[in-house]
Ligand binder design. Structure first.
Ligand SMILES: Cc1cc2nc3c(=O)[nH]c(=O)nc-3n(C[C@H](O)[C@H](O)[C@H](O)COP(=O)(O)OP(=O)(O)OC[C@H]3O[C@@H](n4cnc5c(N)ncnc54)[C@H](O)[C@@H]3O)c2cc1C
Length: 333
């Protein structure tokens, strides 16, 4: 977008600007601008604004609302409040890897768009009777990268270092393929974002805190859908099949899983239970539009960025064709 935007005479890009809060006029239900620090010299500026688009990623969106006093923070004890509510996280790092002596693949040529994706056990695409869970997973089989350092699939039982490991990584680089499984994650009362009582940012303000764990529904989604992936893998008749990767036990933030965080400033039809309306317009400030996966009420198994972009276009159109002609709430609750 930047080359296009730069052709606009009125466009200015201000890089190295770290926004610390939005200026909020609660009585008028409007934001009047933002406060930012120029990170080159530490100087603070106030930028007045007619419309503010808050698009600082899931965690930035939520913490900026907290630091600006916009919207009621969610309280897990009472279930009241909205900012920080419905944090969800894609169930990931699941699947099964197969090794074939007699078949060759070219992982270095792989592109995510060329994988074969299956939605047979995703969302409501299948009969959940008697399964004891709702939701599901999407599966993808193929190569999305073959990076020489990070991509080193080896069969179970291979030593984790040394010459035997080196031989196995060379041998199986072109002889393995994976079915990756990513599951939906629905909101529950105990998973949420709030301000941390201990840790502070550079301005001495509380950092955002994430409280999250899997619940039984998540484990069942993972077990059922990974089992389906394993059946498909067996039918592909590999020489060696790796152990199906499912998860049990508490959530652990340390290993990289995915960056597909959602929720915290969710979209809805009622200001009592959501932060923005269907046009991503804040219920608490009609000239504030919040964009990003923080507006997703649930995590629907798929990666978020496609709908994030689509919703941004949808909201931009509403700003241009509706809001500019008649500033005010676009939806009356
Ligand atoms: C390694 C990795 C792999 C990924 N792979 C995929 C994938 O395969 N498929 C997929 O769908 N998604 C993927 N994602 C997720 C995807 O990148 C995000 O969903 C997407 O970028 C979100 O867009 P956004 O505009 O909401 O936020 P971002 O793209 O994060 O943009 C937010 C911007 O706000 C700026 N910002 C934040 N806070 C402030 C502040 N206080 N002041 C000023 N500026 C601020 C940030 O610098 C950033 O430029 C991946 C992410 C990562 C990290």
């Amino acid at each position: 977008m930047l080359p296009l935007l730069r052709q606009e005479a009125k466009f200015t890009l201000r890089s190295r600007a770290w926004v610390s809060r939005l200026l909020y006029d609660k009585a008028a239900k409007k934001v009047t601008g933002v406060v930012y620090t120029d990170t080159r010299n530490g100087e603070e500026y106030e930028q007045p604004a007619g419309i503010v688009v808050l698009s600082a990623y899931v965690f930035g969106n939520v913490s900026l609302l907290f630091h600006s006093g916009i919207g009621e923070p969610y309280d897990p004890a009472t279930g009241k409040g909205v900012v920080g509510k419905n944090y969800c996280y894609q169930l990931s790092r699941m699947g099964v890897t197969m090794f074939f002596e007699d078949r060759e693949f070219n992982p270095f040529m792989g592109a995510p768009g060329s994988v074969m994706a299956l939605d047979d056990v995703d969302g409501d695409n299948f009969d959940h009777s008697g399964l004891g869970f709702f939701g599901g997973s999407r599966m993808a089989c193929g190569h999305s990268d073959g990076r020489p350092i990070s991509y080193r699939p080896v069969p179970p039982g291979t030593p984790r270092w040394g010459s035997a490991w080196k031989r196995a990584t060379a041998k199986y680089y072109r002889h393995s393929v994976n079915i990756g499984v990513s599951g939906s994650n629905y909101a529950n009362r105990n998973n949420y974002l709030d301000l941390d009582p201990t840790y502070k940012d550079q301005l001495g303000r509380p950092l955002l805190r994430l409280t999250y764990n899997f619940v039984e529904n998540d484990y069942r989604v993972m077990e059922y859908t990974v089992d389906v992936a394993a059946k498909i893998a067996r039918a592909m008749n590999p020489t060696i099949m790796g152990p199906p990767r499912v998860r049990r036990g508490d959530y652990d933030i340390v290993p990289y899983q995915s960056t597909h965080n959602t929720g915290g400033t969710i979209m809805g039809t009622d200001p009592k239970t959501s932060v923005v309306n269907r046009y991503l317009q804040s219920w608490d400030a009609h000239n504030l539009f919040i964009m990003g996966a923080s507006t997703f009420p649930q995590q629907p198994a798929y990666n978020p960025t496609g709908p994030v972009g689509a919703l941004a276009y949808w909201a931009a159109e509403a700003i241009l064709t509706k809001y500019r002609n008649s500033p005010g709430p676009l939806v009356h609750a």
